[in-house]
Design a protein. Structure first.
Length: 177
């Protein structure tokens, strides 16, 4: 049974995303990373500033440019609340779409990572333009690695302390034949 649903965020839902990115517990995985000078990033907390002035621009890029960009909030049908977000974006360098998920710290450990990724996978492979979803995860981020593996991603290799995880159209068709 699916507990989660993808919700395309409206402008009012951006306050949840803002809070998600500002929560040091949720963003702890991001602490101290090199994000190539990302605007609003605090390396001490891992948090990313998402001011109200950026909400409309963000929605234009992430919600109106599918299949190159996609984002949705994860809605817990049973609890009646958001628990995180999922996304993908086209990476011209790798010729693949990079998948991402962020589960709010207080909702971790409940299986939402794998379930949310499975919803993202289904949405992605409903599009003919998408052949591969990938993600490069730090090898020491065991909860994320487990969540991606439970969703069906498989390890493709390691480089510079990161493991590449892939989910292909062939994987999707085999699993949903």
């Amino acid at each position: 049974m699916t507990r989660l649903a993808l919700k395309i965020p409206g402008l009012r839902d951006m306050a949840y995303r803002q809070g998600l990115l500002a929560d040091p517990d949720t963003m702890a995985y991001n602490r101290g990373r090199d994000l190539d000078g990302a605007e609003g990033y605090d390396p001490a907390t891992g948090c990313i500033d998402f001011p109200r002035d950026n909400w409309r621009w963000w929605r234009q890029v992430w919600l109106m440019n599918e299949p190159d960009f996609f984002s949705a909030l994860l809605w817990d049908e049973e609890a009646g609340c958001f628990v995180g977000e999922v996304c993908w974006f086209r990476d011209d360098e790798t010729q693949a779409h990079t998948a991402g998920i962020l589960i709010e710290a207080k909702h971790r450990g409940k299986g939402f990572c794998a379930e949310g990724l499975r919803l993202l996978i289904a949405r992605a492979f409903a599009r003919e333009e998408i052949a591969v979803l990938r993600c490069d995860l730090p090898t020491d981020n065991l909860p994320a690695l487990r969540g991606y593996a439970r969703a069906g991603f498989h390890a493709f290799g390691e480089k510079d302390g990161a493991r590449t995880m892939l989910f292909t159209r062939e994987d999707y068709e085999r699993d949903n034949g």
